[in-house]
Design a binder for this molecule. Structure first.
Ligand code: DC
Length: 219
């Protein structure tokens, strides 16, 4: 059992545990482990490597070999195998992939040791889902931070607004790039597709155009 104190803060998304953990760590001069970031990084890395998430042992092998640097490119930055993935891991895709790889037991085992390595003097604040139950069962203090689902939805909504249009634009471009450039079934129009730009059209106008085009094909 380690002498180095750990404060474990677990809870569902939107409970505010990330923000609270950050501020508590700052006030105490402790290190911080955002364990969710590790799952997000693994999800993004698996996606970049075109791994099938059903292949649990491949995902776990990947988890063991990831080279991750936190904070070397500014506060909160994450470098994965030399590439800055700070924005990518916070996209909706990053959240979704994190939740999928988090459900793989072998991937959780592979990330376990990595998390223990964050326990350095003078202490650690660790936030996630299983900090108090699995990773640091001997934590000095375990908080389970929660909030009603409607309050969490409100917070999420406010965050999205605060994130602003520029960040949303970046997310969209990044996702388009990934979807377009992947080797398997990339996003692209079929050679005989009609390209319909909906930018300046209402839903009804698009539906009408599709129906007109279809009628033309049949005549
Ligand atoms: O805390 P977060 O939203 O960044 O976490 C993203 C996902 O990672 C979450 O949906 C579940 C998974 N996760 C986990 O399984 N165990 C943890 N300790 C932290 C996160």
């Amino acid at each position: 059992m380690s002498e180095i104190p750990v404060i474990a803060i677990d809870g569902p998304s939107g409970s505010g545990k990330g923000t609270i953990a950050e501020q508590v760590a700052k006030q105490l001069g402790f290190g911080l482990l955002d364990s969710g970031a590790l799952y997000r990084i693994l999800g993004i890395a698996a996606h970049k490597a075109n791994l099938d998430l059903a292949n649990h042992s491949q995902v776990a092998d990947l988890a063991r070999t990831l080279e991750i640097e936190f904070g070397s490119n500014g506060p909160g930055s994450v470098i994965l195998n030399g590439e800055d993935v700070s924005a990518a891991i916070r996209t909706d895709l990053g959240s979704d992939l994190a939740s999928q790889v988090g459900a793989i037991p072998a991937a959780r085992d592979a990330l376990f040791e990595r998390q223990l390595q964050f326990r350095n003097a003078p202490g650690l604040v660790a936030d996630g889902r299983d900090m108090g139950t699995v990773v640091f069962p001997d934590a000095s203090l375990k908080i389970f931070l929660t909030a009603s689902v409607s309050e969490r939805a409100q917070r999420r909504y406010k965050q999205l607004i605060a994130k602003g249009i520029d960040a949303i634009l970046r997310d969209l471009k990044e996702r388009d790039k990934r979807d377009t450039e992947r080797p398997v079934s990339p996003l692209k129009p079929a050679e005989d597709a009609v390209i319909l730009d909906s930018s300046d059209l209402t839903i009804e106008e698009v539906v009408d155009q599709v129906l007109v085009l279809f009628a033309a094909k049949r005549s």
